[in-house]
Design a protein around this ligand. Structure first.
Ligand code: ZN
Length: 117
């Protein structure tokens, strides 16, 4: 079955929306950590150091899992890993490191080339 250009662009836009949602989710631990730390300090948890260390390890571990998950998401246009380019990795990039597809889908209809190593 042949997929038309407009259907393909719609699929890419939907995939990019999912990619944006997962990136936002990966930012949650970094936002939650200071809030959680403040809440724990108000509750007097800082008096007990082992629980603070456990909390910090939990937040960092959760953040690492989310970042690993997000960094392996595929680009909908070139099918390479969006955040891991041919030479380097950038978890904060807003365009595919292989084909240059922007996260907001602004250049989805434009011709592109895939970078090589
Ligand atoms: Zn790409």
């Amino acid at each position: 079955m042949q997929v038309s250009d407009s259907e393909q662009i719609t699929q890419i836009a939907e995939h990019l929306a999912m990619l944006r949602r997962r990136r936002r989710l990966a930012h949650v631990p970094f936002i939650a950590a200071p809030v959680l730390g403040f809440a724990l300090s108000r509750l007097g948890v800082f008096d007990r150091l082992p629980s603070l260390v456990f909390d910090a390890l939990l937040v960092v571990g959760f953040a690492c899992i989310l970042i690993f998950w997000v960094s392996h998401l595929k680009c909908p246009r070139c099918n390479h890993e969006f955040h891991m380019g041919p030479r380097y990795r950038n978890d904060f990039t807003r365009s595919c490191l292989w084909c240059g597809l922007r996260l907001n889908g602004q250049n989805v209809g434009e011709p592109f080339t895939i970078k090589t190593r």
